[in-house]
Unconditional design. Structure first.
Lengths: 354, 299
């Protein structure tokens, strides 16, 4: 009897810890944001409730939130796939941008006669482009143990440089000003789900990908192997999992997902590629994956949360003069505290001592 | 004439990267890859402009920038060394956070979005008298010489000695190379790492101050333009050796300075801008390939 009770209590503590784990970074971020708001003489509760109303208050606002969450679904999944295998891919940002350019390129360069076939073609081209892009650091890590953090970080800047060059040179639109490609054909534009809001069919694609990721991670052998490699490389190797193959696999999948995200953003949101295509979706995706602890449900919630922050931030800036930068403050805090090892701060230490 | 200008511009553009790279190099020697150098540069630049305007003195502005950088570095370090946070993600998060805080202050206090112009900002003084500009070739560079550039190059000369012979330098290297040995010797690894990160912040803050006060005298949100990452590229390529890293910084500064001229020669500046990053990739691949070959030969 006592054993069962003890086990139950242990379970409860484990759940409590897990709950703290999910909520902790966000709570800290809200506390930091509150401190900032208090410092400038604003009531945090008023601001937060205004933000909540601005992000979920009406169908239109919800649509705006989902629209802002769309790219994050892709970048969140692309990051989580690698992180759960212990591969620190910080190059999703670059892959997203490359995918956007590839997708837009197909969308405006192929003849309009392709009709609706343009959309799958654009997605496929973007997926291939970004997969190839990330396969490079993946291969270098698998074969030569080239530190993937530095290589993917550096490749981000290379991606910005190459795409920036292309939209200012060979792919520059002839009719509109600077730094943009021509618009994609109308047939290649993703349909809007709730006009006049900008939420588009890319959101559904992202949703499907999140579900597919969840199934892959939890129900397939290769998904399980990926997680195992993340938990314990030596054990994985001992039971016959190829570490190099897993690394390349997760990098390629990550590239495919990030590339599709870029295509979705190009075809659904901007209808072209432009310099400054991504205001850091890849890095926010990292925050999403970390906050969601690499689970499908967590990524979905995290993406919607950050989408809400982004869409509310813009309007809050209009209504109360709180600068939009409060969103960055929250995002940065979430990222920092999402990786703080809770074991050292939470109940575990206390239990270990007792 | 053109050569004079390129030399002068290269030297000026090297200084901020060089300062940040020296800080980051010491940090990495102690085992911390500091990906948040950019944030500290940005903070340094901002503080430098504000303090320079308020006090009308460049020295306090530079000092305040360095202290601000060191303080941010120390906070970052505590999160990594005491709370066990992953240094890469925490570093990227810090970049976002600092940009957010500075943007917030700009917007709230100064009611401006992006750029901060303040009255009476005192720029860094020129050290040598006007007449040196008559010296052939390097005259222009000499006439533009200011204290931070001198400090940066002095630190390049001093750091190898510090790392090799001074106690704290040895502690740093022990902590980075062999944490167990360091612990056995009674060195507190977290303390040493905290010191090194604060040091990196101090130097990055100086780099930021140079960006803001060397010639333009104002702050802009995009002022660093990823220079913290260029600095990272520099010490990765320079394999954490001060002298090699400094030469790499000089090369990056030269690339930066000659971009505009290369543009007129038909080379797109955006592609030139990717060279530092590609160089690091190549360096990493070569290092990895060598290690791999060595391992294969041993086996």
């Amino acid at each position: 009897m006592t054993e069962i009770a003890a086990a139950r209590r242990f379970d409860a503590i484990a759940w409590f810890d897990k709950g703290i784990g999910l909520a902790f970074p966000f709570v800290v971020a809200l506390a930091v944001a509150s401190a900032v708001l208090l410092a400038v003489g604003e009531n945090p509760i008023d601001v937060f409730s205004l933000m909540a109303a601005e992000s979920f208050g009406s169908t239109r606002r919800i649509a705006a939130t989902l629209s802002a969450a769309t790219p994050l679904l892709f970048t969140g999944v692309a990051t989580a796939i690698c992180f759960r295998s212990g591969v620190f891919n910080v190059g999703v940002e670059g892959a997203f941008v490359i995918g956007g350019l590839c997708g837009a390129f197909v969308g405006f360069s192929l003849p309009a006669g392709f009709g609706l076939a343009l959309i799958p073609l654009a997605f496929a081209f973007a997926a291939i482009g970004s997969a190839l892009w990330l396969s490079v650091p993946g291969y270098l890590l698998a074969r030569y143990e080239v530190d993937e953090v530095v290589s993917t970080l550096m490749l981000n800047f290379v991606a910005f440089g190459i795409t920036g060059y292309l939209v200012n040179g060979p792919l520059l639109s002839e009719i509109s000003g600077n730094n943009v490609t021509p618009l994609v054909h109308e047939a290649a534009q993703l349909p809007r789900l709730l006009p006049p809001s900008t939420v588009h069919a890319g959101f559904l694609v992202g949703l499907v990908l999140v579900v597919a990721y969840g199934l892959w991670a939890r129900r397939t052998p290769s998904g399980f192997e990926g997680a195992l490699v993340g938990h314990n490389r030596r054990f994985s190797k001992a039971i016959g999992i190829s570490i190099p193959a897993t690394i390349v696999l997760v990098m390629v999948i990550s590239g495919i997902v990030a590339g599709m995200g870029g295509a979705s953003h190009a075809l659904g949101q901007l209808h072209r590629f432009a310099d400054g295509f991504s205001p850091g979706y890849g890095f926010t995706g990292m925050a999403v994956a970390l906050l969601g602890r690499n689970t499908a449900t967590g990524i979905l919630l995290g993406a919607i949360l950050f989408g809400a922050l982004a869409s509310a931030g813009t309007t809050v800036q209009l209504f109360s003069d709180i600068p939009l930068d409060i969103v960055n403050i929250i995002e940065g805090t979430v990222m920092i505290f999402a990786v703080v090892e809770l074991g050292r701060l939470s109940l575990r230490r206390w239990r270990g001592a007792s | 004439m053109i050569v004079d200008q390129i030399i002068a511009a290269s030297l000026v553009l090297t200084t901020p990267i060089l300062l940040a790279a020296m800080g980051g190099l010491v940090n990495r020697r102690a085992g911390i890859v500091n990906i948040a150098l950019d944030a500290k540069m940005l903070a340094g630049a901002f503080v430098a402009v504000v303090v320079s305007s308020a006090t009308g003195g460049w020295f306090f502005a530079v000092l305040a920038a360095a202290v601000a950088g060191a303080a941010i570095g120390l906070l970052f370090s505590l999160v990594v060394t005491r709370a066990g946070a992953n240094m890469i993600v925490a570093g990227l998060g810090l970049n976002v956070f600092v940009a957010g805080v500075i943007g917030f202050i700009l917007n709230w206090v100064y009611d401006s979005s992006g750029t901060l112009r303040l009255p009476d900002v005192q720029l860094l003084p020129r050290l040598l008298p006007e007449q040196v500009s008559n010296v052939p070739v390097v005259g222009l560079a000499l006439s533009e010489l200011e204290p931070l550039t001198v400090f940066a190059w002095v630190s390049v000369a001093v750091l190898p000695f510090m790392l090799a012979h001074i106690r704290i330098g040895l502690w740093l290297r022990a902590t980075g190379n062999a944490p167990q040995v360091a612990r056995a010797m009674g060195i507190s690894a977290p303390n040493v790492q905290d010191f090194s990160t604060a040091f990196a912040g101090f130097f990055s803050g100086l780099g930021g101050a140079h960006l803001a006060l060397a010639s333009i005298g104002l702050f802009n949100e995009g002022l660093t333009a990823g220079r913290g990452f260029i600095a990272l590229a520099a010490f990765y390529f320079g394999r954490d050796r001060p002298l090699t890293t400094a030469l790499v910084c000089l090369l990056f500064g030269f690339l930066d300075a000659s971009q505009i001229r290369m543009q007129t020669a038909g080379l797109p500046p955006k592609l030139i801008g990717t060279i530092p990053y590609l160089m690091v990739l190549v360096a990493l691949v070569i290092a990895g390939w060598r290690a791999h070959r060595g391992k294969a030969a041993a086996a």
